[in-house]
Design a protein around this ligand. Structure first.
Ligand SMILES: Cc1cc2nc3c(=O)[nH]c(=O)nc-3n(C[C@H](O)[C@H](O)[C@H](O)COP(=O)(O)O)c2cc1C
Length: 515
């Protein structure tokens, strides 16, 4: 059952449902900004009886086992983040897929709430509110000992639901790859908590999921290429998606490490399956439908992506030192990554070589049709980094330099700007990601709104893994006072908009965490 949303936490622009067919990305973005006033005006009480099921499944289809305990990718995570490829001993399709998914999308830990005994699952990929809007579908052609077809990954059981068998093809980069993922989002899962702002979280989560997949693939010897520019409805139809699930990214995998055979010339059999209902009731969020619609592409509109105007370049007075190193294996780092609930604060600092390694991980190129241009700039609130005066810095990636923007203690400001979340002040360093949304849209059309947010999520994922590899912790922060951040950083409108916050430091132990 669908009910309508009564109000919005963030309607600073008077976009009424009647306007939504002509809503622009800018109106959506403006209308979902947090301010003290927007939160006061429309407080939100979570309807726990109606929380969406975090696990989608398709009833009535065959389910294929993925072997337990796949081999661990041993290449050091920091090397994978720097672009080094690993290899895999997996000699057959099931083991290969199991390894790939175990290190990119599987359940990796659980938490238990002591007062109620309630347990819930955490995954390799992080998610705002642990609500997990992203689903992993994949198409295989010619994998050894694995039938060709279209599958949906079930993280709850580490199994694959077989939705179609037969020789299907999605041609991404001119020829078909042996494995093609279609990552989808279920916006209602996020909207249940974050209402209209939820679309932004879905895009970030997608960026995280993409990098979780792309880096796991690299760690086992595959190249990946992501496509953000595709005809939405056609892909949704191809994957037989229910109406609450939207395709967002296509990721193809290639490489000699994939165990292949000749594709089957067998008949195509559609099982499809019946998607489970996630909640008793679903609230309609017309602004989310509006921004999704505005950023969709039709068949004829996929002509490709124009080159973007160059990103601003600059320099700073502080040269970062050579990056710190770490030998921790990718497999261990990917599965141990967690979001810190809070950081220790106090006096313990991180080294500037660690900061250098973490920032270096964020600058590696993205293999994607929208990866030719960068739309995200990093601003740092340095609280406790050896050799760095407390202050706000702008990071210039080309020369690994930091430019001092504001000096002085930033702990109160960083926490305050992050909606009063103390973890941003207790971390060693907090970050604002500033997205040049207007430049992204000029180059990629309205689809650029998605791409800039994917990039922010993807950078976030690299920050998480680099921090974990170095024995630190991190947390993505989607909640911040948008305009306050712009004012604090003295950003002119043409310099972009804050799209994501992040915090890195020494995590406080979480007694609820179970391996
Ligand atoms: C896009 C995004 C936004 C997030 N925003 C916040 C936030 O504002 N505050 C917070 O404490 N955690 C935030 N998190 C962390 C999630 O709560 C965390 O990923 C989730 O609980 C799952 O835990 P895990 O990362 O340890 O797997 C965010 C994560 C993502 C990916």
């Amino acid at each position: 059952m669908l009910r309508s949303s009564s109000n919005s936490a963030s309607a600073s622009v008077s976009t009424t449902p009647a306007d939504l067919s002509t809503m622009t990305w800018r109106e959506y973005h403006e209308s979902t900004k947090h301010s003290v006033e927007s939160l006061r005006r429309a407080p939100h009480v979570l309807d726990w009886a109606n929380i969406p099921d975090p696990f989608r499944h398709y009833e009535g289809v065959p389910v294929l086992d993925l072997p337990a305990d796949p081999p661990i990718p041993e290449t050091p995570a920091l090397e994978v983040l720097r672009g080094a490829a690993g290899s895999t001993p997996a000699g057959d399709g099931p083991t290969f897929l199991s390894q790939l998914l175990f290190y990119s999308a599987a359940i990796s830990a659980s938490k238990r709430i002591p007062s109620t005994g309630h347990r819930y699952a955490l995954r390799v990929n992080p998610s705002s509110g642990n609500l997990h809007p992203t689903e992993f579908h994949f198409l295989t052609r010619g994998l050894k000992e694995w039938p060709d077809g279209l599958y949906h990954y079930l993280p709850s059981a580490h199994m694959a639901e077989q939705r179609v068998t037969g020789d299907l093809e999605i041609k991404v980069a001119g020829s078909s790859a042996p494995i093609v993922f279609v990552l989808t989002t279920i916006a209602w899962r996020e909207a249940w908590k974050y209402r209209d702002r939820a679309y932004r979280y879905c895009l970030h989560d997608m960026g995280h999921a993409w990098q979780a997949l792309a880096l796991a693939a690299r760690a086992i010897g595959c190249d990946s290429f992501a496509v953000g520019h595709f005809p939405d409805d056609e892909i949704a139809q191809f994957c037989c998606l229910p109406e609450d699930e939207w395709p967002m990214l296509i990721v193809e995998l290639r490489g000699s490490s994939i165990p292949v055979r000749e594709p089957d010339a067998c008949e195509t059999v559609w099982y499809g399956g019946h998607a489970n209902q996630l909640s008793k009731e679903r609230t309609a969020y017309p602004r989310i439908d509006g921004i999704h619609c505005v950023t969709k592409l039709g068949k004829g509109a996929c002509r490709g992506i124009s080159p973007a105007e160059p990103a601003p370049t600059g320099s700073g007075e502080i040269q970062l030192p050579p990056p710190a190193s770490s030998t921790r294996a990718f497999g261990e780092v990917a599965r141990m990554r967690r979001s810190a609930l809070d950081f220790l604060g106090g006096v313990q600092s991180m080294s500037s070589a660690e900061l250098s390694a973490i920032l270096a991980a964020s600058t590696q190129p993205f293999s994607a049709d929208f990866g030719g241009a960068h739309f995200i700039q990093l601003y740092l609130y340095a609280h406790r980094v050896d050799g760095l005066e407390p202050g706000v810095y702008r990071f210039w990636p080309e020369r690994a330099e930091l430019e001092l923007i504001k000096s002085g203690d930033q702990r109160v400001a960083a926490a305050g700007l992050s909606l009063g979340q103390e973890l941003a002040g207790n971390a060693c360093v907090a970050l604002s990601m500033i997205g040049d949304l207007a430049r992204a849209v000029r180059a990629h059309g309205d689809r650029g709104y998605r791409h800039a947010h994917f990039e922010a999520g993807a950078i976030g994922h690299r920050l998480y893994l680099a921090a974990e590899a170095l024995g630190l912790g991190a947390t993505g922060i989607g909640a911040f006072y948008d305009e306050e951040v712009h004012r604090y950083l003295n950003l002119a409108p043409e310099q972009g908009q804050v799209v994501y916050h992040f915090a890195i430091g020494y995590p406080v132990p979480d007694p609820r965490l179970e391996a």
